[in-house]
Design a protein around this ligand. Sequence first.
Ligand SMILES: NC(=O)c1ccc[n+]([C@@H]2O[C@H](COP(=O)([O-])OP(=O)(O)OC[C@H]3O[C@@H](n4cnc5c(N)ncnc54)[C@H](O)[C@@H]3O)[C@@H](O)[C@H]2O)c1
Length: 322
Amino acid sequence: MRVVVTGAAGFIGSHVVDALSGAGHEVLAVDAPSRSPTPQVARRTWAEVAVRPGVVVAEVDLAVDELDVVAAADVVVHLAGRPGVRDSWGPGRAIAERDNVTATRRLLAACADRPAGCRPKVVVASSSSVYGSAGRRPNREDDPLNPASPYAVSKVEVERLAGLAADAGLRTVLLRYFSVYGPRQRPDMAFHRFAEAALDGRPLPVFGDGRSSRSFTHVRDVVAATLAAAAEELPPGIAINVGHGEHVAVREAITMLTGALGVQAEIHRETPVAGDATRTWADMRRAQRLLGWTPAIGLRDGLEDQISWHRALRTMQEVRVG
Ligand SMILES: NC(=O)c1ccc[n+]([C@@H]2O[C@H](COP(=O)([O-])OP(=O)(O)OC[C@H]3O[C@@H](n4cnc5c(N)ncnc54)[C@H](O)[C@@H]3O)[C@@H](O)[C@H]2O)c1
C-alpha cells in the first residue's frame, strides 16, 4: 500500500509511520515541523522517521503549499494539525483554524480532485473533545456534539468537512482519539509533564484537583486502530471512537506513574483549563465491530513504557552534552 501520513513528525504520526514502514508499506511522510508548537521536538522526530525503510519525507505546509503529495496515494492518514484545548484560546484560535480546518479543507479538496478511481481513502484525526464532558455512560459516536473550546470547535468543523467530502464520493473516516500517551508524547500533555517533573524532582503540575478522568489510550493501540481504519471497507464519512473503555482519574494515574518511577512527588495545583472535559469516556463498541479493535495495553504497563522512553531520552541528551 502507498500511504501518505500527514503530521509524520508528530507524536501519533511518527508511530503510524514506524508501523507502516515495519509492515513493508511505502510511506510518504508529510509535515511542516515549523508549525509544531515545539519545532525542535518535531525536527528530532522527523529525523527519526526519515531513516525508516520505505519512507520518503516531504516538508509541506498543508494550509498554503501545493498538495500534489497526495497524487500516488492509496490511503492518506491525516494527523497533521494543532492539537490541544489549552492553547487554543486567544491567538491559538486562529492557529487551530489554520492548521486544523484550512489544512484539512485543502487536503480533502486535493484528494477529491484526483481522477475517479485514483482517489485515495482518507483517514482523518478527530478528537474526544467534540463530545465535551461525558456523563454517566461512555460517549457513543451518535451522541450530540458539545465542543467547549476553539480546538474542539475546529475538530467539529474538520468532521463536517470530512462528511461533506464523503457525500461527494470521497472515502473518508474520522477517528475520535481519546487522550493518547506513550513514547514521544507531546511535551504539553499531562503524563509528559508529570514524568519530566518527577524525574527532575519538581512538584507535578496538575490542572485542577486531579479528579477529572480520561479514557487514556496507549499510542500502540491507537496505531493499531488507525491502520485497521486504513485497511477496512467502512461506510464513508463514519466517525469511530478510538479510546480505552475505562476512564481513570488523573490523580489515580499519578499514583501509578510515581509508583512506577519509585518516587513520592508533591502536587502543584494549577488553575483548571477552560474547556477541558471533566470526564472523557469512550464507548468502544463501534470500533470493535467495524475495526475488530480493542485496546491491548492497560494504563499501568503503558505508563511504564512511557517512563522508559523519558529515561532513554535523558540518557541520550546526557551523552550528547557530555
Ligand atoms: N495526542 C492526543 O491525545 C490526541 C487526542 C485527540 C486528537 N488528536 C489529534 O491527532 C492528531 C495528531 O496529534 P499529535 O498529538 O500527534 O500532535 P503533534 O503536534 O505531535 O503532531 C501534529 C503534527 O502536525 C504538524 N503540522 C501542524 N500544522 C501543519 C501544517 N499546516 N502542515 C503540515 N504539518 C502540520 C506539526 O508539525 C506536528 O508535527 C492531531 O490532529 C490531534 O488534534 C490527538
